[in-house]
Design a protein around this ligand. Structure first.
Ligand code: NAP
Length: 305
């Protein structure tokens, strides 16, 4: 009998994972915030995944954090700012040797979660897949991609990777997950805050090449300083390539702000600036960018952390 995949967070990525695992015949249970959300979910009859215009309903069983069932494998699919509190709520349900897969973008939340549940194995993920909600309990699979998984403390791959293959979830185990997360964070810092401040699509940053280049130079310094030279390799070229390749897109941070949603700034630009401060590394343009972004968020009535 396969181990149950408990999925905490029935948002975009949580739904994308839960529906594909369930479709492959694997046991999946959704963990929802509270009784009200559970009742709402049960009334909807399950999660709907929309793929290439086709919707399919998956009647995955749901429960709340307070359910008594033990958890051996947990996919944590909430936002970075909710991760630590969400794990604290289910901590007593974790079995000895439980495994957590952390889907959060950026850095900082993974360490906070691991400190909350020191006996569990925490596996970090970095994903280029894209999905968005077009209604409650409905998710559109918007961009095919890849998910890298790794555990900075233990290089051995977990046994359930073949279940991801059986579910059609493209993935790779890596011993360099921190490098992947840092690289993605650096790309995010060089692009997303500026798209918010200049109110533009990614391609709009082609008008601000000097500013982008200056940020890339500081981010490169930071990556070198915190022992991530591979993540610094050709950063500016990749940033320029991403800006060009995604010119017509709005960045995720832009979309969060435009939709009055809290951003993950603390785990992205905020984390970069905090680590620089800890290393007493002066990165004036990055710090200035953080100040400008915080001011902008406050002006729009959004949390600035
Ligand atoms: P999302 O759509 O906002 O979903 C997050 C879900 O977590 C929500 O359904 C929320 O519940 C739930 N949640 C929060 N706290 C909870 C708790 N204590 N108990 C139960 N459920 C809880 O977020 P997302 O877009 O999937 O993003 C998740 C992470 O993946 C983020 O770090 C994001 O940056 C990263 N990521 C996303 C994508 C993407 O395409 N979406 C791509 C790559 C990486 P409510 O519905 O009740 O609020």
């Amino acid at each position: 009998m396969s181990t149950t995949w408990h999925v905490l967070g029935a948002g975009s990525l949580g739904t994308l994972w839960a529906t594909r695992l369930a479709r492959a015949g694997l046991p999946v249970r959704l963990i929802l915030r509270d009784q009200a959300r559970l009742q709402d979910y049960q009334a909807a009859g399950g999660l709907t995944l929309v793929e290439q215009g086709q919707s399919h309903l998956y009647p995955i069983p749901g429960e709340t954090c307070d359910s008594p069932q033990p958890i051996q494998r947990l996919l944590l699919a909430c936002k970075a700012y909710d991760a630590e509190a969400a794990v604290a709520r289910i901590a007593t349900r974790l079995t000895p040797g439980a495994e957590l897969i952390l889907l959060q973008n950026g850095l900082g939340s993974q360490d906070a979660v691991a400190a909350r549940v020191p006996a569990a194995r925490c596996i970090a993920a970095s994903s280029t897949e894209g999905a968005f909600r077009d209604g409650d309990w409905r998710v559109v699979f918007a961009g095919h991609g890849y998910t890298w998984l790794g555990d900075a403390g233990h290089p051995t791959a977990p046994i359930w990777l073949d279940e991801l293959s059986a579910s059609g979830i493209p993935h790779e185990w890596t011993t360099q997950i921190l490098t992947r997360l840092w690289r993605k964070l650096a790309l995010n810092c060089a692009i997303n805050p500026l798209t918010v401040l200049y109110d533009c699509r990614n391609g709009g940053l082609q008008q601000h090449r000097c500013e982008v280049a200056t940020l890339c130079a500081e981010l490169g310094e930071l990556l070198q300083c915190c022992g991530q030279p591979d993540a610094a390799q050709d950063l500016q070229q990749e940033v320029e390539r991403v800006i060009q390749a995604t010119a017509a897109n709005y960045s995720s941070m832009y979309q969060d702000v435009a939709n009055q949603r809290r951003t993950e700034i603390r785990y992205l630009l905020g984390h970069a600036c905090a680590v620089a401060n800890r290393h007493r590394l002066a990165l004036p343009h990055l710090q200035q960018l953080q100040l400008r972004l915080k001011e902008h968020l406050q002006l729009h009535g959004l949390p600035s952390d």
